[in-house]
Ligand binder design. Structure first.
Ligand code: F6R
Length: 618
């Protein structure tokens, strides 16, 4: 949440920062701003521009009144926490003396006390943000004779909460200083220029060489020079890395939305996540898994923690992991986990699923799990992010950057990583025979083609979205692994189309939700594959029950499942796959449906209202 860019180098700072912000707009789009420190014969000054609304508004303002070309600078695109999204609350914030400009991602929890302290010293704040106090505190430190990096360390030691801060000092026009605690910040190393950003996407046009910053670190960048220290002032260890995707991955490639592009990228993303995991000798290899086989054999409980769509992938994983490994597996919303005093010990494996690797709720959950002695494994899509760094082990999903705010290829590749984990545990613990694992791996390796088939046959789903554009409410039902698919289908519709959508376990319907069924209400039903006859037949009965009460049934069922024919007002035909893997195929039409329906309603699909990707506040 909130995107930050800092730049030092010979290039046009404001233009470079604006293009970086554009790439980070998925992190927040309530307002945006840029500050550039520039010098001429008259001395140094900070040029500042900020506007409520999307970056386009700021770009318009800069076209009308351009910024100075030379200098160093910072920029910000905001997801509002404290203070409504208006020009005044937009970042950067200036200090009382105009010497410091600062941008912030996170929440300064003790801002009220600091504001009162500044007030007592005669410094009044002008905005409603928690951020502005930082600008004034930094200026006080500079006034006392400190340099900006020392001032930043001193101020950070006084702040509570989560924050990435990036600041410039009018009187030091060659330096940008950043700091991070519980919120992301990466460094980009260019040729004679340096970048700070919430995400590598901001500087991928200029360099693919990056440095991961650790917790509680301050970074100073000058042209071609980077210095990192802890909040205590000691030099800190950092990890340089090469970004394994390039600028082409961050383009829409002719699609109307990043989301639609990412839906269509799923065959490749799934194939990339599977790549190199299965040896020709028939054994699974998870190279990044830094937990020994003997430790994995000792695991007697798995707890999956995640939020939103990632949580739903965890719900699917539970069915597969328990079935294949016979290890008890709980799935918990990360923000609930640590507040209920969970029973966790050294034999518990906590699996954290996070596309961004920065979700604050998930990060806090794994910290709690580690403190209790559990081993933590991350399933993550973002190299260099905090969650894998703070975990004992990681399985990276190789989906490439996910820019659409609604997760799509993130979800399917999380499913693949969960299946790989389940099968690997089964291999290590001997709960599945080699030929059983081989059969499942064969099917997983077929999945890119299977998903491609679903995408190629998408026309009926797109037409359905057009027909349903005026529907005020849609329900989704599923059973077993179809239940999380139903939840995911409903979430996608809520967040993109802003209509009432709910997912239910089909068996739960008669315990209350069936009262919602009314004449013409669209209900999507995910039908388990044929072959799990009891499960399948129960869901078919559920369809009959809702149809008898007037529901308009949209049935996702295998292409030859003739039992559903008479009960389906609309039949979305799914390819034949085994039960546990069905979510990989069944979710795709629901993603397309939500994307198309939101498009028909005229919504901004990549930037739905009130949302942002990478939720870095609790
Ligand atoms: C929904 C969506 C969110 C995320 C959730 C977790 O489409 O994208 O629900 O899944 O915020 O994000 P990560 O996976 O980055 O931890």
């Amino acid at each position: 949440m909130c995107g930050i860019v800092g730049y030092v180098g010979p290039g046009p700072a404001a233009a470079i920062i604006m293009s970086g912000l554009k790439r980070l707009e998925y992190r927040g789009y309530d307002s945006a701003g840029v500050a550039v420190v520039t010098s001429d014969d008259a001395g140094s000054r900070i040029a500042l521009a900020k506007r409520a609304g999307k970056i386009g508004n700021l770009a318009g303002a800069l076209d009308a009144e351009p910024m100075p070309v030379d200098g160093v600078g910072v920029g910000h695109t905001r997801w509002a926490t404290h203070g409504v999204p208006n020009d005044l609350n937009a970042h950067p914030h200036l200090s009382f003396d105009g010497r410091v400009a600062v941008v912030h991602n996170g929440i300064i929890e003790n801002h009220a006390a600091l504001r009162a302290e500044l007030g007592a010293a005669g410094i009044a704040t002008v905005s409603d943000t928690d951020t502005e106090v930082v600008a004034h505190l930094l200026a006080q430190e500079l006034e006392a004779g400190r340099r900006l990096p020392d001032a930043m360390r001193a101020v950070c030691n006084r702040l509570d909460g989560a924050f990435t801060l990036v600041a410039v000092d009018r009187d030091d026009p060659a330096t940008v200083v950043g700091a991070r605690r519980n919120s992301p910040l990466v460094v980009g190393i260019g040729d004679g220029e340096s970048y700070l950003a919430s995400d590598v996407a901001a500087f991928i046009d200029h360099t693919r060489e990056a440095i991961e910053l650790g917790q509680d670190q301050v970074v100073e960048i000058r042209a071609g020079e980077v210095r990192v220290t802890g909040f205590d002032g000691r030099p800190a260890q950092t990890r340089p890395y090469h970004v394994d995707w390039d600028t082409s991955a961050a383009q829409k490639d002719g699609y109307d939305w990043f989301m639609r592009k990412e839906i269509y990228e799923q065959p490749k993303a799934v194939a990339d996540t599977l790549l190199g995991r299965y040896d020709t000798d028939g054994s699974l290899r998870l190279d990044e898994l830094r937990i020994s086989e003997s430790e994995l054999r000792r695991v007697n409980k798995i707890i999956i923690v995640a939020c939103g769509t990632a949580f739903y992938s965890g719900l699917v994983a539970k069915y597969a992991i328990e079935h294949w490994t016979r290890i008890a597996c709980e799935v918990e919303l990360a923000h609930e986990f640590r507040y209920r005093d969970p029973i966790v010990d050294a034999n518990t494996l906590v699996v954290c699923i996070s596309q961004s690797g920065e979700t604050a709720d998930s990060l806090m959950a794994i910290r709690h799990a580690s403190e209790q002695g559990a081993r933590v494994l991350a399933i993550c899509n973002t190299n260099g992010s905090t969650i894998p760094r703070e975990s004992d082990a990681v399985i990276y999903t190789h989906a490439g950057p996910e820019i659409g705010v609604a997760s799509t290829k993130g979800f399917t590749t999380q499913l693949v990583a969960c299946y790989l984990l389940g099968l690997y545990l089964a291999q290590v613990r001997g709960t599945l025979f080699g030929d059983e694992i081989a059969r499942l791996m064969d099917e997983l390796e077929q999945m890119p083609q299977t998903i491609q088939g679903v995408l190629d046959d998408a026309e009926p789903v797109l037409k359905l979205a057009a027909d349903f554009a005026e529907q005020p409410s849609v329900l989704f039902l599923g059973r077993h692994v179809g239940y999380p698919v139903a939840l995911e289908g409903a979430l996608k519709l809520k967040e993109l189309a802003y209509i009432h959508a709910e997912g239910f376990a089909a068996g739960e319907l008669k315990h209350g939700p069936i009262a919602l069924i009314d004449q013409g209400l669209p209900v999507f039903v995910v039908v388990p594959p044929l072959g799990r006859d009891m499960l399948h037949d129960k869901v078919v009965s559920n369809i009959a029950e809702i149809r008898a009460r007037g529901a308009l049934t949209v049935v996702l069922a295998e292409e030859d499942d003739e039992a559903v024919g008479p009960l389906a007002d609309v039949w979305i035909r799914l390819p034949k796959v085994s039960t546990l893997l069905q979510p990989l195929a069944a979710t795709v039409p629901l993603q397309l449906f939500a994307c198309e329906l939101a498009t028909r309603k005229g919504h901004d699909v990549d930037q739905p209202r009130n949302l942002a990707k990478s939720v870095t506040v609790e």
